[in-house]
Design a binder for this molecule. Structure first.
Ligand code: AHR
Length: 320
């Protein structure tokens, strides 16, 4: 259904927010988009939420926003609420890859198009959603690994790597691990000696890095699946009397401002970018699928990589 007035709201308010027509100020019907966000676990996620909310406002779309607090059951509940409220389009960023078929089928049966944004699902039936807008996480992991292969090409002995994985079962954790692992296979000296989830949070990164440092006397490299875990790990490394960026080289993914600052300061060594600025493209897609237009099944975000030098150059104009 179409409703009047821009509204950014949590689910509690959603039930009362459907005006069902042009009762608002503009007198113009607005597309209603139900959006289920993963949570607020990282700087990336905060920037993504801001991008979605701002873009909805600019596109004149009524946004029903729900924060799932990193729980799949909350996302399923939110999607069912959106279906019940007969929103025009549903978009969500799935916290994990598996377990979505039933609820996606419910949306399809209700005639509500679904857009995946940021993260993918592993459903075999691709007709359950219209498109997937987001990064190539395998490529991000591969770029991180390729940088390390080049950086360590003259190493004559083992290079010990520890890995801080993202949320267990999430597409970025699965894919970045895969891409990185495939890339470092090019140099048999590169060995992942420990790998554990830090759930994409600073606190998780710090706690797991503390354990890694206690259990492993020689750590040469940290690969963290996002900046926030890398930033948490920095604290643990410093507290252990080691110099981040020198004693332990740090590679991360995202390139949010705090991560870029750490890179420019020489505490990180390399970042593969993952852009959170998906809002404008998402709104465009929502309008198209609502109008019944064909959209490409996969839309990949354009991204780059940063070294310490390029981070210094990019920081002053960095948007997030
Ligand atoms: O899905 C994107 C990932 O989720 C980002 O790399 C990470 O920071 C976030 O929490």
């Amino acid at each position: 259904m179409l409703a009047a007035g821009l509204l950014v709201t949590g689910l509690g308010a959603c039930a009362n927010s459907d005006t069902g027509g042009d009762a608002g100020t503009g007198g113009e019907d607005k597309l209603v988009l139900g959006f289920s966000q993963v949570g607020a676990e990282s700087g990336w996620r905060t920037a993504n939420t801001t991008s979605v909310k701002e873009a909805a406002g600019e596109a004149g779309i009524e946004l029903k926003f729900d924060d799932a607090q990193q729980k799949q059951e909350n996302q399923i509940k939110a999607i069912r609420n959106f279906i019940q409220q007969k929103v025009d389009v549903i978009a969500f960023s799935p916290v994990v890859e598996s377990g979505w078929d039933t609820v996606l089928k419910e949306a399809k049966d209700a005639g509500i198009p679904v857009i995946l944004t940021d993260r993918a699902v592993d459903s075999a039936d691709k007709s359950l959603y219209k498109t997937f807008l987001g990064s190539d996480f395998v490529k991000e992991g591969r770029l991180a690994g390729e940088w390390l292969v080049e950086e360590t090409k003259s190493a004559t002995g083992p290079v010990n790597i520890v890995e801080l994985q993202g949320t267990t079962g999430s597409a970025p954790a699965n894919d970045r691990k895969k891409g990185f692992g495939e890339a470092i296979a090019a140099n048999p000296n590169l060995k992942i000696i420990a790998s554990q989830s830090g759930d994409f949070t600073r606190a998780g990164g710090k706690a797991v890095m503390e354990q890694f440092l206690k259990a492993n006397p020689k750590i040469d490299v940290l690969f963290a699946h996002n900046d926030d875990m890398g930033l948490g790990a920095l604290e643990a490394i410093t507290a252990a009397g080691k110099v981040p960026g020198k004693d332990i080289k740090i590679i991360t993914v995202d390139a949010v401002k705090d991560g870029m600052q750490a890179l420019a300061d020489g505490k990180f060594n390399f970042i593969a970018e993952c852009s959170p600025l998906l809002g404008p493209q998402l709104m465009d897609l929502a309008k198209k699928v609502h109008a019944g237009e064909e959209v490409p099944p996969r839309i990949e975000t354009e991204e780059t990589t940063f070294t310490q030098q390029t981070a210094k150059e990019a920081l002053p104009t960095r948007k997030y």
